[in-house]
Design a protein around this ligand. Structure first.
Ligand code: CMC
Length: 443
């Protein structure tokens, strides 16, 4: 079997001029080559099974495009990340999380009037139905806040419509606003529940990120002061996490949407996918790793020796990325933000020193260089969250709040796609061939 890409010039008027030819068992098959706006190419294999009786097999979807999308562009080799065409560095420096959420969901930066309307919507929908407050009492105080976040998000479907296909556009827009606003409230309430403090309701006078800090750290008995620099770094953290095209959780959201499930069920599924330590759970795993190195008094060079020993099964958490094979632009921004916020708060964190030492050693070690392993977004985010007083088990929840606009943008794109099909991959069966059922007495 051989494949090659070739330009077909015989049909210059056709919108699709590129074809890839696949030769299998003496038969030649032509498959259209789709070109993205940044000139990345994909072979459309959707007719392959019908034409040649073949499917493609791609463990971990390493080389599979599941959709065409207008939302986020990544070039892993050059370390580029753009939301709707705008560079992540520029957004992290100049924008706010709410503005970026709008950009991702609606495709363009909002006008002043659009932004005001959007922000007002978020302010007006921050409360939970009071009946839902009782749900928090049902969880043990030891519950992981991700478990609470995903189940409470799913519970929202009991209160709101959520995109069952019969909704007006306005009502659907309201579901997006509700999710953006209420998940923040759920996240903060789950933290208050875990430490046994009274719930602090959202405050309409505060900005989106200031409200997060207030709901998490204020107590009814005293004033709580929120520093502008902290609000800025919180905005940056959420912006940097806001979208990352077809990652595990986003693909999950799109996949669940393809079945027609409620938007609340889709987002809840995305939260569950994010929870794993190889995805959003990595920020928690990084801090635990740094703490463990610190407490054991282990030299970080010894730790790297363990990482390189495949038998140890230890990974350098916060390193490596499926897409970035040069550097993760988000990690570069966060490394600077980390220095800035620790300096501002007057914190000298030994974990930051360990992280910097690990990074320095790893970046010159052939094991990491050859495999193109660089710090990812999670390498420094945990140190910043810690400096802000956010406990380790809330790190992945913060990631979820950041990723939410991305999930919503992809949900909307999938929902509105006119040629949408239910996502249903194939498989190569490797189990037993047909055999008879044997009754238990004869086994
Ligand atoms: N430490 C040590 N070795 C590593 C690491 C690491 N962090 N990451 C990859 N490798 C090695 C891996 O053992 C393999 O080596 P070999 O070729 O000898 O078998 C090679 O590098 C390729 O790794 P892979 O697992 O095939 O790569 P992948 O693209 O499937 O995995 C990853 C990407 C992010 C899951 C992986 O790099 C990893 O586990 N990193 C640590 C967890 C982490 O920080 N995750 C956060 C990702 S960023 C946030 C997000 O988008 O969710």
């Amino acid at each position: 079997m051989s494949t090659d890409l070739k330009e077909k010039t015989s049909n210059p008027d056709s919108s699709n001029k590129d074809f890839a030819t696949l030769e299998y068992q003496g038969k030649k098959l032509e498959m259209p080559v789709i070109t993205g706006s940044e000139n990345e190419k994909a072979i459309d294999i959707s007719k392959l099974r019908a034409d040649a009786g073949l499917i493609t097999l791609d463990n971990g979807y390493v080389n599979t495009g599941s959709c065409q999308s207008d939302i986020t562009f990544i070039n892993g080799e050059k370390g580029i990340l753009r939301y709707r065409g705008i560079d992540i560095e520029e957004l992290a420096e100049r924008s706010s999380f709410v503005e970026v959420a709008y950009l991702l969901i609606y495709g363009n930066l909002p006008s002043k009037a659009e932004l005001d309307k959007f922000s007002t919507g978020l302010t007006n929908h921050s409360l939970l139905h009071e009946d839902m407050i009782h749900f928090f009492a049902g969880y043990p105080s030891t519950a992981h806040p991700m478990a609470i976040l995903s189940s409470m998000t799913s519970s929202l479907a009991a209160y709101y419509h959520g995109g069952d296909g019969n909704q007006s556009e306005e009502s659907l827009e309201l579901d997006l606003i509700r999710l953006l606003s209420k998940l923040r409230t759920i996240a903060c309430f789950s933290y208050k529940k875990s430490i046994g403090q009274p719930l602090i309701y959202p405050n309409n006078k505060l900005s989106y990120c200031a409200n997060i800090m207030n709901m998490m750290f204020a107590v009814p008995t005293e004033e709580y002061y929120i520093d502008d620099e902290i609000v800025k770094v919180m905005n940056q953290l959420l912006i940097l996490h806001a979208d990352h095209e077809q990652n595990c959780s986003t693909s999950t959201v799109r996949m669940v949407q393809s079945s027609g499930a409620s938007i609340y069920a889709c987002i809840s599924a995305g939260i569950s996918a994010l929870w794993g330590p190889l995805h959003g759970g990595a920020n928690q795993a990084v801090l635990e790793m740094l703490q463990q190195i610190h407490e054991s008094g282990q030299n970080y060079k010894e730790f790297l020796t363990q990482v390189k020993d495949k038998k140890s099964k230890i990974r350098l958490m916060g390193f490596g990325h499926r897409v970035y094979k040069n550097f993760d632009p988000r990690a570069k921004i966060l490394r600077k933000a980390c220095d800035r916020i620790l300096d501002k708060l007057g914190i000298s964190d030994p974990l930051l020193e360990i992280a910097k030492g690990l990074e320095e050693e790893a970046l010159k070690d052939p094991y990491f260089v050859e495999r193109k392993l660089y710090p990812n977004v999670d390498f420094y985010s945990g140190i910043i969250y810690s400096a802000l007083g956010i406990p380790v088990n809330m790190f992945t929840v913060m990631f979820a709040l950041g990723r939410l606009p991305g999930w919503l943008a992809h949900w909307k794109e999938q929902y509105n796609f006119d040629k949408k099909k239910i996502c249903r991959p194939r498989q190569v069966y490797t189990g037993e061939n047909a055999r008879p059922y044997v009754p238990v007495r004869d086994r």
